[in-house]
Unconditional design. Structure first.
Lengths: 454, 454
């Protein structure tokens, strides 16, 4: 069975606004994709057809009456199952969580709802958004992982089961699954999107963000998701903006290619794809220069692991001691590491995080965004969720990233570029990504005809 | 021997600008005060008369030539001996530090120097800015502590040995000594003044700030000390301003009195002095209402101690293991607590710090600044540095504070008010403090005639 090309979020939004499509018809299209793909892909833990149809009718009535809540009005979305949606349980991929429905929406869910989005259901997360492989499969090859931890969100968007989805990233949990599944992902600046109502993994590293088909789709979602939330101690009161408008006036960006660690640590194919893409972007008018990492970058993977382990252990300690047998081996190992860490290990990691955050700013002296391969290679087998090492440095520094497909590898699976911006400069970052995407568009479109499922 | 009333920083600045006083004459006045008081007070670890006179001549020549570097031009200052000054050693109150001179100025010292300040020398700090009593004595009663850890800075300013001094606060190390010594102190917002070139105690709690005779003097110093520093990972890129100008247009503030923990935890005399001051301010046109603390405030003292202990231990561990006998009992106990803390204790303290920082914002809904007694009572005996519990909550939340004298207690020692502002609102806070100070001025002036030394 061949996936059809599903509409992008913005294409659908235009059709809805023009009255050529109704929200209900769009929901039915998504449900048809779910019927077709879900048995093979396993992207969902809960699908609420009844509520989705009901909301779709209401949104359709509003549009028919001339109301316009913006680009998400009438758009079906999936929500990663660590995020509270009122009326649905939040299982976080674990048998230890209550089956009771959440009493209220997470702040970002309330924002999406108010913007007219239709919530189709909850998407599969790895156990507590960590590394234990989920049941979800990669739409391009069901022997392969979709990546994690936002596994269901990425796979559902790739197969058109929804037009966008909420993911979250503590290491590489947005960028990696989005890239493995041939869609786009955005990890915003740390503190940009509220964590209120989301099951925590590591409070110095957690970031919610959108997964969608295109950079423009991400911009539409982020414009709604972003914003200060007094209920979230991590949320920062920085002005956000209409990121979609920012994408529409994108100049040719100055790109900074990271060779050490990233290009040099990628598979030959990922390296070639990245270089071919940057060559093409240079031809199109972008400036491309190589940027050197600060010395403090060397420790990032180990220190990131320390912070994540300690903070996961801090949240899980009491339950873990009682129900250790109900934890998967990867999350159990992480928690055990955190329980064994000294306060000084953790203090030094936090001091290093602050230092690297500052040191990395110097990389942007002569460029707009950094460019790397989004992952070291294509999706590996389903016994793993893949290696997040190209993404966790940005979860650690809190710098915003956008990834989008740039090539198809010989194994038929997608490869992606990762762009990194300065803190709080999502507008510039998304604009640069939209510009780059427009010149790599032919490649991206070609790719969606490739996947064979089942 | 009776202390004469030394000029305030701003008074002296006016005289200097008008040509009625030269920087050299001002330095000589300070050196005369040092000769008179220092044998009894022991506020200094280093006095560099030669360099001070040399700088004074240069600053005098500039003023004579019509140059004006601003209010600090030609003003003699003291620098707490945890802050690097090029050419002088930084001993941090410890025998473990090198005698070698610092190679370069701390960022804030470079800023003060560029603004024309004359650096007289280094002032006594408790050992590593912690709690072990220093040799310094309180100018109002040499049996009493000057408070700590910025002991020498506060005592030197109180006796006119310098017109302002740099202090630092991790618990109550600016507000407490300033209040015990009858002068004013400002602990700015966390991240407002660079920590680059300063011996750390606890990087989530450390704040440098000015100690001076009046709120206006503090404003003049903070205007120079404040500002983003790319070299300090903690420094935050927030706009600062001319705080002195802000003080000149101060409206009657809306004051929020904290009864629980603060008024109720103060001595009868400190409580009465605070209430008498707020009554007087209400009569003068201020609004005074009682503000309730958030529930999360309850844990602040214990959690503050955990963060300080772990971060002190993180910096000192290796030296401490080798040279434990050269550490004072209080700092040794702190480091031992930090070595014994688990990573999870520390993670939970940091999460609590973020939570309380957010929760405290709600206290400002209907007021401009919070008001408390600056200390639970007057300075205790010299075997302690006093209790920082009214100050460490603000080192913990990072909210800016200003303290200034408000009364003289029956033991002849000063009492002070502490005002607390919202993060980054030092302009509003200093303006409110200047307004309050102007109505309590008669009290403050009377106080300086009281002290008997030796």
């Amino acid at each position: 069975m061949k996936p059809t090309e599903p509409p992008t979020l913005l294409t659908a939004a235009n059709e809805l606004r023009a009255g050529r499509l109704t929200p209900l018809a769009l929901v039915e299209q998504c449900l048809a994709q779910i019927e077709r793909f879900e048995p093979h892909i396993k992207a969902w833990v809960l699908i609420d057809e009844r509520t989705a149809r009901q909301t779709a009718r209401q949104m359709g009535d509003e549009i028919a009456a001339g109301q316009n809540r913006g680009p998400l009005h009438g758009i079906p979305l999936g929500i990663k199952d660590i995020v509270d949606v009122a009326g649905w349980p939040t299982r976080a991929g674990s048998s230890l969580r209550s089956d009771l429905p959440a009493e209220r929406d997470a702040t970002l869910v309330a924002r999406l709802r108010a913007a007219g989005a239709i919530l189709l259901g909850k998407t599969v997360t790895t156990e507590f958004a960590s590394f234990d492989p989920p049941p979800t499969r990669n739409p391009f090859n069901t022997e392969r992982t979709p990546g994690g931890s936002s596994s269901g969100s990425a796979a559902a968007v790739a197969t058109g089961m929804c037009l966008g989805a909420v993911g979250s990233q503590t290491g590489g949990s947005i960028t990696r699954p989005a890239s493995y599944c041939g869609v786009a992902g955005c990890k915003p600046t740390y503190g940009r999107v509220s964590l209120s109502g989301i099951v925590p993994l590591s409070f110095h590293l957690d970031h919610p963000g959108p997964i969608a088909r295109t950079v423009g789709d991400l911009a539409a979602m982020l414009s709604v998701m972003a914003g200060y939330d007094a209920n979230d101690p991590i949320s920062v009161d920085q002005p956000s903006c209409d990121y979609l408008a920012a994408c529409e006036q994108a100049p040719a960006p100055r790109l900074g290619l990271l060779e050490e660690f990233f290009l040099s640590g990628a598979s030959a194919e990922a390296r070639e794809a990245t270089c071919a893409a940057t060559d093409r972007l240079r031809d199109a008018g972008a400036t491309v220069r190589t940027v050197t990492l600060p010395a403090s970058f060397a420790d990032v993977i180990a220190q990131h692991r320390t912070i994540m382990a300690v903070e996961a252990a801090s949240d899980h300690r009491d339950v873990f001691r009682q129900h250790r047998d109900q934890y998967g081996p990867n999350i159990a190992r992480l928690i055990e590491e955190g329980l064994a860490a000294t306060a000084i290990d953790y203090a030094r990691a936090l001091a290093h995080q602050a230092r690297l955050r500052r040191d990395m700013l110097a990389c942007f002296a002569e460029i707009d965004v950094l460019v790397t391969p989004a992952t070291p290679g294509t999706a590996p087998g389903a016994e793993t969720t893949g290696d997040p090492k190209f993404n966790s440095p940005w979860s650690y520094t809190g710098f915003p990233t956008v990834s989008f497909p740039c090539a198809v590898a010989r194994d038929g699976l997608p490869l992606a570029l990762q762009l990194i911006g300065r803190p709080w400069q999502e507008a510039k970052l998304l604009a640069a990504a939209a510009w780059c995407e427009s010149y790599l568009h032919a490649i991206r479109n070609g790719m969606f005809a490739i996947g064979e499922v089942g």
